[in-house]
Ligand binder design. Structure first.
Ligand code: T3D
Length: 263
C-alpha cells in the first residue's frame, strides 16, 4: 500500500507508523485520518505484528487538526466540530486504547492539541529531549478533545490538568517525564533507536498477557476495587490459558530464556 500522509513499515514483529506531513507539523487532514485508519486496520489484521510504534517525520510529532481546513469565511455556517470528533478523532483514540498489541509513541517534536492527546493514548510514551506537549485547544477557543480531559487529570492531577488546559503552556519533555505524563525523555539522537529497541522487546513478550494488563489498567479508573478484583480474576483466567504462560513457567523452571509466541 502506498500512503501519501504517513509511512508504514513492518519489521521483526513491529509496525512503525510515521506521520508524514512535516510542512504542517504532521497535523491531521481528512486524508491523513483515512490513511491512519487504514494502516491501523492492516496492522490489526497482520498477526505477525506484536507491537505498534507511532512517531513523526520532521521537527514536529503532530499539531492536531490541520487548521487550514477550518478557515471559515463570514458568509459560511460554522463547521460541526462534534461531527469531526465523532467520526474521526474519537474512533482513533478508542482504537488506540483498545489495540490488542502494545503501542509505543516516540514523540520526536512538538505534540499539540489532538496530537498531544493521541500520544498520551499510547501505552508507553518516549519523547526526545527537545520535544514538547501543548494542550493548544484553549488558544483557539476549544476544549481538549481526543481524551485529553479524561487522561490529563488522571496522569498529572486536577491542578496541573486544569492549568495545562486553560493556559495552553508548552511543557518540555523533561517536565512531562517529571510529572508522570510520559514514561521517559531521551536524547534527541537516541529517540528512534530507543523506541525501536523498546518496541522489539515488547514484540517478543507475551502479547495476550500484555493486552490483558492494558485492559485491566484502563478499566481501573472507573471500576470499584471489587469490580477490579473480579476483572483481574477473569483476565488472569484467560492469561493462564495462553501458550505463553505455559512457556514462561517452563522457561523459569528449566532456567532457560523464554521464547514467547504471542499465543
Ligand atoms: O477541528 C476539529 O475537527 C476538532 C478537533 C480538533 C483537534 C485539535 O487538534 S484542535 C487544535 C489544533 N492545533 C493547534 O491549535 C496547534 C496549532 N499550532 C501551534 O500552535 C504551533 O504551530 C505549535 C505550538 C504546534 C508549534 O509552534 P512553532 O512556533 O514551533 O511552529 P509554527 O511556526 O507555528 O508552525 C510551523 C508550520 O506548521 C507553520 O507553517 P508555515 O508558516 O511554516 O507555512 C504552521 O502554520 C504549521 N502548522 C502548525 N500547526 C498547524 C499548522 N498548520 C495547520 N494546522 C496546524 N494545526
Amino acid at each position: 500500500m502506498v500512503y501519501k500522509t504517513i509511512e508504514l513499515k513492518v519489521e521483526t514483529g513491529v509496525a512503525k507508523l510515521t506521520f508524514n506531513r512535516p510542512e504542517s507539523l504532521n497535523s491531521f487532514n481528512l486524508e491523513m485520518h483515512s490513511e491512519v485508519k487504514g494502516a491501523l486496520k492492516s496492522v490489526e489484521n497482520d498477526k505477525s505484528i506484536r507491537c505498534l510504534l507511532i512517531t513523526g517525520n520532521g521537527r514536529g510529532f503532530c499539531a492536531g487538526q490541520d487548521l487550514n481546513d477550518r478557515a471559515i469565511s463570514p458568509d459560511q455556517n460554522t463547521i460541526d466540530l462534534g461531527e469531526s470528533i465523532e467520526k474521526r478523532y474519537n474512533p482513533l483514540i478508542r482504537k488506540l486504547i483498545s489495540f490488542e498489541i502494545p503501542t509505543v509513541c516516540a514523540v520526536n517534536g512538538v505534540a499539540a492539541g489532538a496530537g498531544a492527546n493521541l500520544a498520551l493514548a499510547c501505552d508507553i510514551v518516549l519523547a526526545a529531549q527537545s520535544a514538547s506537549f501543548i494542550e493548544a485547544f484553549c488558544k483557539i477557543g476549544l476544549i481538549p478533545d481526543s481524551g485529553g480531559t479524561w487522561i490529563l487529570p488522571r496522569i498529572v492531577g486536577h491542578a496541573r490538568a486544569m492549568a495545562l488546559s486553560m493556559l495552553g503552556n508548552k511543557i518540555s519533555a523533561e517536565q512531562a517525564e517529571q510529572w508522570g505524563m510520559i514514561w521517559r525523555c531521551v536524547d534527541d539522537d537516541q529517540l528512534q533507536a530507543e523506541a525501536i529497541k523498546l518496541a522489539k522487546y515488547l514484540a517478543s513478550q507475551p502479547t495476550k498477557g500484555l493486552s490483558y494488563i492494558k485492559r485491566a489498567i484502563h478499566a481501573s479508573s472507573s471500576n470499584t476495587l471489587n469490580d477490579q478484583l473480579d476483572l483481574e480474576r477473569d483476565l488472569q483466567r484467560l492469561a493462564g490459558r495462553t501458550e505463553d504462560y505455559r512457556e514462561g513457567v517452563s522457561a523459569f523452571l528449566n532456567k532457560r530464556q523464554s521464547n514467547f509466541q504471542g499465543k
